[in-house]
Design a binder for this molecule. Structure first.
Ligand SMILES: Cc1ncc(COP(=O)(O)O)c(C=O)c1O
Length: 328
């Protein structure tokens, strides 16, 4: 109930899963395996997370569907015109992160969904990164399928959310079967599964995480987390200004309105820099961030990512700059 209210849908449209990856797999293999036929086309981008890419690759091998990529603009963003240009009569699904985890761009999802629905195209929205910075109103956005992980919004690990409009949810076939999801079975191998959402929640649920996430949502409602975005954006602006004091820093996503800064330090491997910062008690992420196709447009294999949230401070940025200046 708390989760469905938080993202504005009905409680019977929410399934508890293990994480966003699990939710995407359940949707792609559990619904689109039956829905798609040979020759159908899927639209994604090269900045999608592995969990919104590999399940499609698997399905492509099985069903001879085609995967097309919406080209990104010079800032690595999706423009509605590029979505429109890449839709054709075979396009059946658009599957996009609302906010990406490497660039941090937020897609014009309402416009994309409205365009898609005019062409009878279903839309899957990966909200793993977006959930912590964007108020999600599933009714208003008219999203068909939506996923996120609790741990991306201060919650516990091991808990994912899968939303699908009731008419689609009822047609997701369970990929995992067993206890907690059936009504009856007998020795003549007759069996009957429960209604959704229970049908998709086989086995003992992650009770501790579900309860703890409920408490988190109550906390998030109290502090009105999305009101804190402006603070995070101003902190990012300050961080970028200070990072520019260091000649060797190359920032890849300066023009994006987001909480993350993706950068490289000229001549230093991203992992080596992250390790150095880590030794100084600064935690950043280095690597390809599970979005391995982005290197084809970014032309850098590994990057460093500073991820800011409302609990970060200007003093922490100053300390980061001091440590970065000590690199040589
Ligand atoms: C955009 C995006 N999608 C999906 C995921 C997968 O989330 P999880 O690892 O919780 O399944 C992530 C995780 O970082 C992500 O950033």
């Amino acid at each position: 109930m708390l989760v469905s209210k938080f993202i504005n849908c009905r409680k019977e449209e929410i399934v508890f899963t293990n994480n966003a990856t699990d939710s995407l797999n359940k949707i792609i293999s559990g619904y689109f395996d039956d829905y798609l036929t040979e020759g159908d086309e899927i639209l994604i981008t090269k900045s999608e997370h592995a969990s919104n890419v590999l399940p499609w690759f698997e399905l492509k091998n099985k069903k001879k569907i085609k995967i097309n990529y919406i080209p990104l603009n010079d800032n690595f963003e999706v423009e509605i015109a590029n979505v429109e240009k890449n839709i054709n009569n075979n396009t059946k699904v658009i599957s996009l992160a609302l906010t990406t985890n490497v660039i941090g761009d937020t897609r014009p999802i309402k416009e994309i969904i409205s365009l898609a629905h005019k062409h009878n195209i279903l839309v899957i929205v990966d909200g793993a990164q977006a959930i912590s910075h964007n108020k999600i109103d599933l009714q208003d956005l008219d999203i068909d399928f939506f996923v996120f992980s609790a741990h991306k919004i201060l919650g516990p690990t091991g808990l994912g959310i899968l939303f699908a409009k009731k008419k689609y949810l009822d047609n997701i076939k369970p990929l995992i079967v067993g206890g907690g999801m059936n009504i009856d079975f007998n020795s003549q191998t007759k069996y009957e599964y429960s209604k959704t959402p229970y049908r998709l929640e086989a086995g003992t649920p992650n009770i501790a995480s579900i309860i703890s996430f409920g408490n988190i949502i109550e906390y998030l409602n109290k502090i009105d987390i999305y009101q804190l975005n402006n603070y995070v954006y101003s902190l990012r602006e300050y961080a970028i200004k200070r990072l520019k004091e260091i000649n060797n820093i190359i920032i890849h996503n300066e023009n994006i309105k987001t909480n993350i800064i993706v950068f490289n330090y000229k001549g230093i491997n991203a992992h080596t820099l992250a390790e150095y910062l880590n030794k100084n008690k600064i935690c950043i992420r280095a690597g390809n961030h599970c979005a391995k196709m982005i290197k084809e447009v970014l032309n850098v294999k590994d990057t460093c990512r500073i991820s800011l949230y409302f609990y970060n401070t200007k003093e922490e940025i100053d300390y980061l700059i001091e440590i970065l200046k000590s690199v040589n």
